[in-house]
Design a protein around this ligand. Sequence first.
Ligand code: NAD
Length: 494
Amino acid sequence: MSVKITLGDVTYEQPTQLFINNEWVDATGGKTIVSVNPATEEPIATVQAASAADVDRAVKAARAAFHGEWAKWTGYERGELLRRLGEEIKKDFDTLTAVEAADSGKPRWQNANYDVDHCIEVYNYYAGWADKIEGKVTMDNPGRVMYTRHQPYGVVGQIIPWNYPLAMAAWKIAPAIAAGNVVVMKTAENTPLSMLYFCNLVKRAGFPPGVFNLLSGYGAEAGNALTGHMDVDKVAFTGSTPVGQAVMASAAKSNLKNVTLECGGKSAAVVFDDADIEQAAKWCVEGIMYNMGQVCCATSRIIVQEKVYEQFIGELKKACEARTTIGDTFDKNTSHGPQVSSIQFNRVLNYIAKGKSEGARCVLGGDRAGNKGYFVQPTIFADVTPEMTIAREEIFGPVVTVTRFKTFDEGIAIANDSLFGLGGAVFSQNITQAHKAANAMDTGTVWINSSNDQDLHLPFGGFKMSGIGSELGGYGLDAYLHPKSIQINLDSKL
Ligand code: NAD
């Protein structure tokens, strides 16, 4: 079952069912999800939502696949499969970017195109890893041969958020498949469409039935059923910290399955007085305003040394104004789209109101943009003190706080004064100071003289309440493999 949809210059067939065992099947339970275009507030399509029984059906299909022909595939063959998937994405590039833009509100040319390109890179990157999975031989005891095999977990449950549906899926699917696992994925309620379409490409690329299964569904029902399923061997989750905690509890209470959690953040950019201030300001704008601030590692707190504080704020405002074109998400010039949903829109506006009431100085924005669609103006708050709500809680919108510091130690202390520890940026022309600051930041990633330009060769993961484990890079592959020890007795007799 599918519906014909036209989005800008693209007309396509949108699947609306569940994808299990390479088949489109109806959900049981009768629940549906209406996907809304956040730029227009108009519904795009209604899709079927999986019940707990549907999750069980998908897990059974995945389990059968894991023990079937898939078990005989070599790493090279799995790599070829991922490469073919990358090729299929290229063929349907325009459709994928149009669907992603309409469903999530990303400006098509400045965000959605980048996301789909990035997916192609991720699938090809892990294709290269698939035939390079190695164990170790230990030579310590002459009476034994001892080695390790790094084996796939088996059935992996993957739960993704709405801010980067295709890209967050790629970060999870590519290493899981490269390592030889099978996948049951659940998408976020706000953005089910692009990944449903993506299942067509999975089939075309030649995935065996059951190796990849996709369910649209609600977190409390389908998500919870997946994390608590007794026959799921691992769960990988990206989303908010409170839901990450629930996922971990559910994994622990069921079969103690392995978890990878990529959760929230409140990342800081520390700008020292010897930084290139104009460049620092431009990077800081990109670091918070890209994807309308809906980025887990967005540097949403900027901490600036007092000597350059006012100069920096002037540059930040100028760079933000120069970057911002709000409008039709299908227009090539638009850089700033809507928040993903009315819930997020209201949440962000409430934080802006809170910032004003707590006494922060609003130097740019501070309101909704226009009167249709969930658009929020890029907003800069200066004179923010570390205890203010807007400096402590994850806003997940185009809102940045600027705080003043005097000494190196004070700057780092403010940056680390957070329950989160996902990303961090340091701006300084002094190589010693920059490295000292990077070492001192209590975060999984630090960018020196940039922000949020994550490279896929490096691991991405959170310290503290930002998560457990890593995605991307070789570490991201390791997350889908567990070592098995094998020892052979050569000569000891009982
Ligand atoms: P969310 O936590 O509300 O939802 C994430 C996913 O979890 C969705 O698919 C949702 O349906 C599902 N879910 C909800 N309740 C569940 C439950 N009880 N059991 C199982 N699954 C459940 O987050 P969101 O609003 O979709 O995304 C925004 C959040 O994600 C932000 O906090 C952001 O920082 C975080 N995020 C983190 C990263 C990262 O890599 N660290 C990346 C993107 C987003």
